[in-house]
Design a protein around this ligand. Structure first.
Ligand SMILES: NC(=O)c1ccc[n+]([C@@H]2O[C@H](COP(=O)([O-])OP(=O)(O)OC[C@H]3O[C@@H](n4cnc5c(N)ncnc54)[C@H](OP(=O)(O)O)[C@@H]3O)[C@@H](O)[C@H]2O)c1
Length: 455
């Protein structure tokens, strides 16, 4: 897939010296080596720090009211308070804000976007687009491809979240506590609510009246918003574990109808941005150390839920600093450029009443799916490996995504379309964990921490 070019834009990064900011700049070098018009911003603590990006040296500046003049896109990844303060100022100066905090995620007029799932939502932004919490993103990446063919009724997610999700200072705290505990010394928690060295903490963020933590409530609310699926029942338990980078989660989903694990596996393999690593015979499943530094969300341990006829269980791992934060933000910028909607209000906010047409389609889709899969090479040899949709025996388009596709289906075929198949490009499948880089885990083991933050 060609990555839309961002080189003509001026991009500001608020929080350039933080854990997410550092990863952001690394991804800029990997995906946009010709991007040179950057403004690196932080608080007064880091003003004057020199950072080199794409071979050019930049001086980090303190963020001020004037920082956003001439900026096209402002990425804000600092703290919720900083986002609340700086985002309106950046929008007033004419920038589109892509915000990493929880400040605006559930606001009606703010799209909350994971491009592979709801990329079309960027078109109705009013100046601010939010990215989800770093545990929500991998959850919707696996839930979405399943939900659109077999509606999900209920999700239970239990997370195992790394310390880098709480910022650079929490990474440093884990290193210090581990060192001290190995020497038999006692430790005093500073950035986590309890000791994190050689321990797990069933609390991320503060507790709400309903007994859930804010982090858990974010997973519940955000996943429904991104998937346009307010009826899915979601429960989560979010746990901090002594891992440097990458969040993991055990997920249970109750579906409308029972589904074969091979069918689930095929759907997940077809989802862009997902890698299926699921060969228990060979001992292959994703783990946080290996996935750190990778772009994809990894999924393994795919199995029928032993406690629910219509249920499935699986295990997901993703790099919280990349797909959980920085990469997702950059993909949103690319989506804005590809859809030519940098200017706010490019299109009106659609009504999210996808429930009925989607389940009608799912019913018809079920009947044809097996036949189509068995005969895909014969039926569509010229489209093999491309992203196509076949509707009522007609090839509609290539490189479409789901929401505009559904609009086109309604336009062309009226109320009861039959979506026979969509074929995204085949993702990579790893069979041997030595293929992994684990880059972020290794880097974090030697990284000095920064100021405290919440996730
Ligand atoms: N870590 C994750 O996995 C993750 C995932 C999703 C979302 N997020 C969100 O991303 C944001 C940043 O997280 P992080 O892990 O990168 O934190 P971090 O390592 O603590 O870095 C915070 C960054 O924000 C800057 N900053 C703090 N207050 C500021 C202010 N008032 N004005 C301008 N800059 C300010 C800091 O600058 P100084 O160097 O000057 O202190 C630093 O560059 C948070 O909102 C977090 O919730 C994080």
């Amino acid at each position: 897939m060609t990555i839309p070019n961002l080189n003509h834009l001026t991009i500001a990064v608020v929080g350039a010296t933080g854990a997410v900011g550092a990863e952001f700049l690394k991804i800029v070098e990997q995906r946009h080596p010709g991007l040179h018009s950057l403004k690196l911003l932080a608080s007064s603590r880091s003003a004057g720090t020199k950072l080199t990006v794409n071979g050019k040296e930049f001086t980090v500046e303190e963020t001020t009211e004037d920082s956003f003049q001439g900026v096209d896109i402002a990425f804000i990844s600092a703290s919720t308070e900083a986002s609340r303060h700086w985002a309106p100022i950046a929008v007033a100066a004419g920038a589109v804000v892509i915000d990493d905090s929880s400040a605006f995620r559930m606001q009606e007029d703010v799209p909350l976007v994971v491009p592979e799932v709801n990329g079309a939502d960027v078109t109705w932004h009013q100046g601010i687009i939010a990215i989800p919490n770093c545990s929500t993103t991998p959850l919707v990446m696996v839930a979405h491809p399943i939900h659109r063919v077999n509606p999900i009724k209920r999700i239970i997610a239990d997370t195992y979240q790394s310390v880098s999700g709480a910022g650079g200072a929490a990474v440093q705290e884990l290193r210090e506590q581990s060192d001290a505990l190995l020497k038999g010394q006692s430790v005093t928690p500073r950035h986590q609510p309890k000791q994190i060295g050689f321990n797990v903490i069933p609390q991320i963020d503060s507790f709400l009246d309903n007994g859930y933590t804010r982090e858990e409530q974010k997973m519940i609310d955000e996943s429904r918003k991104i998937m346009h699926a307010p009826d899915i029942r979601v429960s989560a338990t979010c746990v901090r574990v002594p891992v440097m980078v990458s969040h993991s989660a055990g997920i249970h989903m109750e579906l409308e109808r029972a589904m074969d694990t091979n069918e689930i596996r095929a759907l997940l393999m077809d989802m862009p941005g997902l890698t299926v690593l699921d060969d228990t015979g060979a001992g292959d499943y994703p783990m946080p150390w290996d996935v750190a530094g990778e772009d994809d969300v990894f999924v393994g341990r795919i199995r029928k839920d032993a406690s629910d006829l219509n249920g499935i269980a699986l295990w997901i791992v993703s790099d919280n600093l990349r797909k959980g934060a920085a990469l997702n933000s950059i993909q949103i910028a690319e989506e804005l450029v590809a859809r030519e909607c940098l200017k706010p209000g490019s299109s009106p906010k659609p009504k999210f009443d996808f429930g009925e047409p989607e389940s009608l389609i799912a019913a018809e889709y079920r009947m044809d799916l097996e036949y189509f899969r068995a005969n895909v090479d014969e039926l569509l040899p010229e489209y093999r490996g491309r992203f196509v949709a076949v509707i009522n025996q007609t090839v509609i388009d290539s490189d479409v995504d789901y929401v505009p596709l559904m609009d086109r289906v309604h336009e062309k075929y009226g109320d009861r379309p039959i979506v026979i198949e969509e074929l995204p490009p085949r993702p990579r499948i790893y069979h041997n964990h030595t293929t992994f880089r684990g880059e972020n885990s290794q880097a974090m083991l030697g990284k000095e921490g920064r100021g405290p933050d919440s996730v």
